[in-house]
Design a protein around this ligand. Structure first.
Ligand SMILES: C[C@](O)(CO)[C@H](O)COP(=O)(O)OP(=O)(O)OC[C@H]1O[C@@H](n2ccc(N)nc2=O)[C@H](O)[C@@H]1O
Ligand SMILES: Nc1ncnc2c1ncn2[C@@H]1O[C@H](COP(=O)(O)OP(=O)(O)OP(=O)(O)O)[C@@H](O)[C@H]1O
Length: 277
């Protein structure tokens, strides 16, 4: 039995700079891992079966991204082994924090080792991209400036800081946001260095804020917090965050949260906990 973390990510900004012929969007974004994670426990089986030991309500096992990742790896590597997977879910689902993608990436990294397949990270990242645009970053394992559809990385060193992440009680469909007529797809590409001077916004944010007014009003509240150096939505939402230089200022903002709001304080990570595994 082996337990591994699957951390969440924040998109510190997300620019949509174009669209490919297949409908996928060309992005520029910075991914930052945060100290908030699901836990996955793997027990290798020698009968080749892949089983989730604690099914998630409303999500058929065969659609679960960790089951899909295990099946894909088994199929492509020809490995005869199977696995029991226990998934302890903590990251809000469909919140733009990449939880499902992170579960898939941790599964690929762990089973590559436990099944003794021996592929390098590059190979696992290519496989991961078949499961979703957000999977490769979690396999890559370093905070990064990302381009392409979110799979071409340049590592970035980010300052230590803390986040107040708010979790509005609404689910936002990534497909719906990307296919909105209101979405602008022509932000001028920036150089990576521009980000460190504070440039960057999330082009998906105004679309989601219009679809879900609660996101707009919670964003407005976050923008009024003292000491916040940045406020934005992560990915396709609905989670939003404020960045603070230290823990006390993030906690102070959290204490001021009205009772109808929900969220948590979390530290930004320097890298994925399995980056050197
Ligand atoms: C918004 C982000 O979370 C930012 O990190 C990701 O780009 C989304 O990644 P993801 O959830 O892994 O996305 P996928 O499962 O690959 O794609 C879901 C849907 O989002 C749209 N999509 C996604 C990524 C991208 N670069 N362009 C897109 O247009 C497509 O309609 C796609 O069918
Ligand atoms: N292990 C999993 N954990 C969470 N969701 C999963 C998982 N496997 C499949 N899914 C499906 O994927 C959808 C998106 O889940 P996820 O939590 O990754 O959203 P997200 O963070 O908004 O992703 P993204 O920002 O990458 O679109 C869920 O609504 C669910 O139907």
């Amino acid at each position: 039995m082996h337990t591994f973390p699957a951390p969440a990510k924040l998109n510190l900004f997300l620019h949509v700079i174009g669209r490919r012929d297949d409908g996928y969007h060309l992005l520029q974004t910075v991914f930052r891992f945060i100290d908030y994670a699901d836990q996955l426990t793997f027990t290798v089986r020698d009968d080749g079966l892949i089983k989730l030991t604690n099914p998630m309500p409303g999500l058929p096992d065969q659609d679960n991204l960790c089951v899909r990742a295990a099946k894909l790896l088994q199929e492509r590597s020809g490995c005869p082994l199977g696995v029991d997977i226990h998934l302890e879910k903590r990251i809000p689902m469909g919140g733009g924090l990449g939880g499902g993608s992170s579960d898939a990436a941790t599964t690929l990294i762990a089973l590559n080792r436990l099944w003794k397949i021996g592929w390098d990270r590059e190979h696992l990242m290519t496989l991961g991209l078949e499961l979703g645009a957000d999977v490769p970053i979690f396999v890559y394992g370093r905070n990064a400036f990302a381009e392409g559809i979110g799979e071409i990385f340049t590592p970035v060193d980010l300052p230590s800081c803390w986040y107040l992440v708010l979790t509005p009680p609404v689910h936002v469909s990534t497909v719906e946001v990307f296919s909105s007529r209101e979405l602008t797809r022509d932000t001028i590409p920036i150089k990576m260095a521009a980000f460190s001077t504070g440039q960057g916004h999330n082009d998906l944010e105004p679309v989601v804020a219009r679809m879900q007014p609660v996101v707009a009003s919670w964003l407005a509240w976050l923008r009024q917090r003292r000491g916040a150096t940045k406020v934005a939505m992560s990915g396709s939402g609905s989670c939003i965050f404020a960045e603070f230089p230290d823990e006390p200022s993030a906690r102070e903002a959290c204490m001021q949260m009205p009772s109808e709001m929900s969220g948590f304080v979390v530290q930004g990570l320097a890298s994925h906990p399995l980056s050197d595994f």
